[in-house]
Design a protein around this ligand. Structure first.
Ligand code: NAD
Length: 381
């Protein structure tokens, strides 16, 4: 029974799917753990650390593995080397990577996607969307504080009083709440808005002011936001304009599952911000909450510097890897049959389990995830 930890190959990916501290959890379950050389290096983890934790580090680590774990999907070349029946666990954005899904299907790989782990209480410890959003939210607030050329906190000194920075956060899910908490800890005055009714209370519980707009709330399935009509989006932008014009820093984290990020702030709205103001758009990679933001770049719009997020969790690879690896260990534990007097331990996912079934994209040469199957093979396939 072998688990292999792949070296990430995608541009800009610094995380690794397993950390030395958690190798012991896998060996306790009965796995041999093999790591590709240098897999941890971008996250500042040395090969020696994996070896001391009980893993082997070898170039052919993936050979003979029952399960390969990674953060990003494996490359086509790697997928094609895997024998049918091998399982993979990684992020796998099926709508953006149809060719990867086809490869996994055609090679008979059993692929699980971390973003498809159902967001139910029992699966909270496996929820990598949340763990990585936590890292991204923290990072957003730190980036804003670093770029803003003024204090976040109020300073009262013998030389006079410097008022605190005013921060506006749009989108108060996992990342937004963490951005709020971090900006509050740094002493800023924070206001936030989210379309979900439940968000106002969560915003207040972080010590921030909930911006209340005279608009219907947009609660969708599973406690997520629904997509806005263009009319409502325009009205929301109009009502938010004065809050944004008054902000020293704006942080946007709004998303609607499976859709392009909603455009919440036009270039015109940014142009009304004060000299020296800062905008941090966490959603830049999925279309952007802010018109004109560019993933991985800082652009100037009017008086503001606009920072576009690009693989933001990867900018803090140590803690992001640690949290992701814990999510992976919890999912692998669920999928492992423990040893007993009658049987050996085995990697044996139970497809009757809601979490296993929900996160499975391909198995036995078929696409199991219904929306992906329909998108790639059509209704009648
Ligand atoms: P997300 O990343 O999909 O979206 C981020 C936030 O953007 C959400 O709060 C959403 O309401 C908000 N948003 C969308 N459109 C907006 C708009 N037009 N204007 C302003 N805000 C907008 O969401 P997420 O952070 O992954 O989680 C959202 C919800 O799911 C939260 O209530 C969270 O607590 C809940 N959740 C539950 C579980 C669980 O039960 N296991 C796990 C994680 C999250």
């Amino acid at each position: 029974m072998k688990i292999a930890v792949a070296r990430e190959t995608r541009d800009g990916e610094s995380r690794v799917a397993m950390v030395p501290e958690l190798v012991g959890k896998l060996t306790e379950l009965g796995y041999d753990v093999a790591v590709e050389p240098g897999a941890g290096q971008p996250a500042l983890i040395a090969d020696d650390d994996y070896e001391q934790a009980g893993a082997t580090v070898e170039e052919g680590a993936l050979h003979g593995a029952d399960l390969v774990v990674s953060v990003q999907p494996l490359s086509t070349a790697t997928i094609r080397t895997l024998p049918a029946g091998t399982a993979t666990i990684s992020f796998l954005p099926t709508n953006q990577e149809p060719d990867t899904v086809r490869d996994l299907r055609d090679c008979g790989v059993t692929a699980f996607a971390m973003e498809l782990v159902p967001r139910i209480s029992r699966a909270q410890s496996m929820d990598a969307l949340s763990s990585q959003a936590l890292v991204a939210g923290y990072r957003c607030a730190i980036v804003a504080a670093g770029m803003l050329r003024r204090f976040f906190p109020l300073n009262m000194t013998a030389a006079g009083t410097v008022p605190p920075a005013e921060i506006v956060v749009l989108g108060a899910g996992v990342a937004g709440l963490q951005a709020i908490a971090t900006a509050k800890r740094l002493g800023a005055v924070v206001s936030a808005y989210d379309v979900r009714a439940a968000a106002a209370e969560e915003i207040r519980s972080m010590g921030a002011k909930a911006i209340e707009l005279e608009l219907e709330t947009l609660e969708g399935a599973g406690g997520y936001a629904r997509e806005m009509t263009e009319d409502r989006a325009a009205r929301q932008r109009e009502l938010l304009t004065p809050y944004i014009a008054n902000a020293d820093a704006l942080i946007t984290t709004a998303a609607v599952p499976g859709r392009q990020a909603p455009m919440l702030v036009t270039g015109e709205m940014v142009e009304q911000m004060k000299p020296g103001s800062v905008v941090v758009d966490l959603a830049a990679e999925t279309g952007g909450n802010v018109e004109g933001s560019v993933p991985g770049e800082v652009v100037r719009i009017g008086n503001a510097q606009v920072w576009g997020g690009r693989n933001v969790p990867s900018q803090m690879p140590g803690p992001a890897s640690r949290l992701y690896a814990q999510n992976v260990v919890n999912l692998v534990t669920l999928m492992t049959r423990t040893a007993s007097e009658e049987q050996d331990p085995a990697f044996a996912p139970d497809f009757e389990d809601e979490i296993v079934a929900g996160s499975c994209v391909t198995h036995d040469g078929t696409i199991r995830h219904e929306p992906t199957r329909i998108a790639l093979e059509g209704e009648s396939a």
